[in-house]
Each structure stands twice: as C-alpha cells, then as structure tokens.
Design a binder for this molecule. Structure first.
Ligand code: PBG
Length: 322
C-alpha cells in the first residue's frame, strides 16, 4: 500500500468538523455539585486541600444552589457536618439536623433544584466510621436502621433522591422498605453501589471532618484490586431496588464505570472525588498543567467511560466553560 486509504486526519482538519464528529460531549446537565453544609450563620470557610470549595452555613449553601441553577447544573448533593457527634450518629437522623435543615432551605428557595441527600453516618459519628461500632468493628445490621432513619428524615425534609454511601450490606433494601413505609415510594435511590476504599477521599475527610479515629474503611469499602466484585455489588443493589448506581472514585476506576455501564440498564453515575480534584488544582496552581483543559478532559473521560452523571467539585467552573 503506497498511500493510506483511510486518513482519519481528514476529519480533524477543522474545529467545525471535529465538533461534528465528536462522540462524547459534556453538558451542565451531566453534573451533580457536592456541598458541605455546617452549623452556624454566615460561615464560608475555605477547605485548604480543595481550592474553591467551602464549608457553608445553610444560607450560603442556598446561595450556591442558586448559582448552580443559574449555570444550568440541575442537581446538588448535600453533606451535613454537625457540631455534635456521638457513637450513634444522632444528628444524622434528627428531624432538625443540619442536613435536614439544609434540604428544606434549598427546596424552599430553589424548588427546581434537585437535591440529593448523601446517606452515611461517618460525618455524624465521633469515631468517624460509617456505622455503629461493636467489638471494634462496624456492625452491619445494627447500622441499617440508623441509615434508614436518616433516609426517611431526609426524604421527609424534601430530598428528591437518596444516595447511600456507607457500603453496609443490605442497605438499599433497608432504605427502600423504610421509605415505602412512610409513603416515600416515589423517592429514588442512587446507590453508591461500587465504592472503593480509596486514598483519594483524603481532602473530603478534611472538608467533612470525617476521618476515622481508628483503623480504616477497608472492612466495608471495596479493595481497589477488585473488578468482578464490583459487578457482584452492582447486582445486589439492583436486586434490592436501586434506581441508579454510582461508581466511586472515577478517574482510577474508568474500567469499572465501563463494566458497570455494560452490565446494567439503569443510569450510572460516577464520583470525581476530592483527591482527584485536589491533584488537578495543585498541578494547575503550580503551572504544571492547563487546569481548565485538563478538567474538561477528565470530565469527558468519565462520561466516555459510560457515566451518565458526574458528581464533581468542578461542576460550576465546568458549566461556565460550557
Ligand atoms: C461518606 C462519603 C465519603 C465521600 C463521599 N461520601 C468519604 C468516605 O467514604 O470516606 C468521599 C467523597 C470525596 O472524596 O469527594 N462515606
């Protein structure tokens, strides 16, 4: 063959042509923006490892939700950080707990904003684990009713979607039953079905003050070496009634996003987590990479891998660029 017959470069000659044949594009409607809500008034405290992200008191969270809405980002996920933590995560399921109040305030001020409640106990326990402790271990079955109560109180506060991130076995069914019993039959569950025990959560634990005070989360979150197990977790959560599923983290787990997408027919979300955000911000601040360009490339890769929705701290800046 003297000359190439196929010249893929033909379709790369101009920006218009490249736009025409692009297989994956991003839209602000792909994004879910995480917010960290704290007690108090007029708090807007920067999180040092996550430039541009803050601990927000309720009224600032509302303002941030308005801004997200104005930029075309349709959904936020709320993490509550209470002042009072205890062994049974009481504030996680208090009717007037920080996250329940934040949900009410956002839904009242910006009713069209879709509010997702992250359901997990680690921000609310004094030991920082995602469930109650018994004999030095996180007790699976004793944790389920507390998670269920948290889901119920969040749904009753007005949360549009409930997203359990604790990785206890059987929690999707426990949440579904509890919500159905109180009439919340139409509130969907977005399950963190495939969540790895990841070093990439470091900055989040600063933001949410939720680092475990002893041990780590490897007894309930997944081992990074496992892929088949992800499909097993996925199958469990779907059989228990998950309406949508999530893979987390995203960037080091693009293969898992792809496999989950191939395996199931429900919407797939991926969480572009705090450590992924922090790495990029650090490199960009040093001038080592072009922050905007790499941000869009990362988000595109997550979508290309199969994510229908992306939870990302970049949501607002990416929406501005789009
Ligand atoms: C709660 C939870 C965590 C994250 C989301 N929900 C922390 C953890 O499991 O330790 C991490 C999100 C991020 O790093 O951006 N369990």
């Amino acid at each position: 063959m003297a000359y190439p017959i196929h010249r893929p470069r033909r379709l790369r000659r101009s920006a218009v042509l490249r736009d025409m044949v692009r297989e994956t594009s991003l839209a602000p409607s792909d994004f879910i923006y995480p917010l960290f809500v704290v007690e108090g008034r007029d708090v807007r405290r920067p999180i040092s490892s996550m430039p541009g992200i803050f601990n927000l008191s309720v009224e600032h969270a509302v303002a941030e939700a308005k801004q997200a809405k104005a930029l075309g980002v349709p959904s936020i996920i709320l993490f509550g950080i209470p002042d009072q933590k205890d062994g049974r995560a009481t504030q996680a399921y208090a009717r007037d707990g920080i996250v329940q109040r934040a949900i009410r305030a956002v839904k009242e001020a910006v009713p069209e904003m879709q509010v997702i409640a992250d359901v997990c106990l680690c921000e609310y326990t004094d030991h920082g684990h995602c469930g109650v402790i018994d004999g030095g271990h996180v007790a699976n079955d004793a944790t389920l009713p507390l998670l269920a109560q948290m889901a119920v109180t969040c749904a009753q506060a007005g949360a549009d979607i409930i997203a359990p991130s604790d990785m206890m076995d059987g929690r999707v069914l426990a949440l579904r039953k509890a919500m159905d019993e109180v009439g919340q039959v139409d509130t969907p569950i977005l399950s963190y079905a495939v969540k790895y025990a990841s070093g990439f959560y470091g900055p989040f634990r600063e933001a949410a003050q939720s680092a475990p005070q002893f041990g780590d989360r490897r007894g309930y979150q997944m081992d990074p070496g496992n892929a088949r197990e992800a499909l097993h977790e996925l199958a469990q959560d779907l059989s228990e009634g998950a309406d949508m599923v999530m893979v987390k983290p995203a960037l080091s787990y693009l293969d898992i996003i792809h496999r989950v997408k191939e395996r199931c027919d429900v919407p797939v979300a991926a969480y572009n987590v705090s450590g992924e955000y922090a790495m990029l911000k650090a490199a960009a601040q040093n001038g080592w990479v072009d922050g905007d360009r790499v941000m869009m490339e990362i988000l595109t890769s997550i979508k290309r891998a199969g994510a229908d929705l992306i939870l990302t701290y970049h949501a607002l800046e990416a929406a501005k660029l789009l």
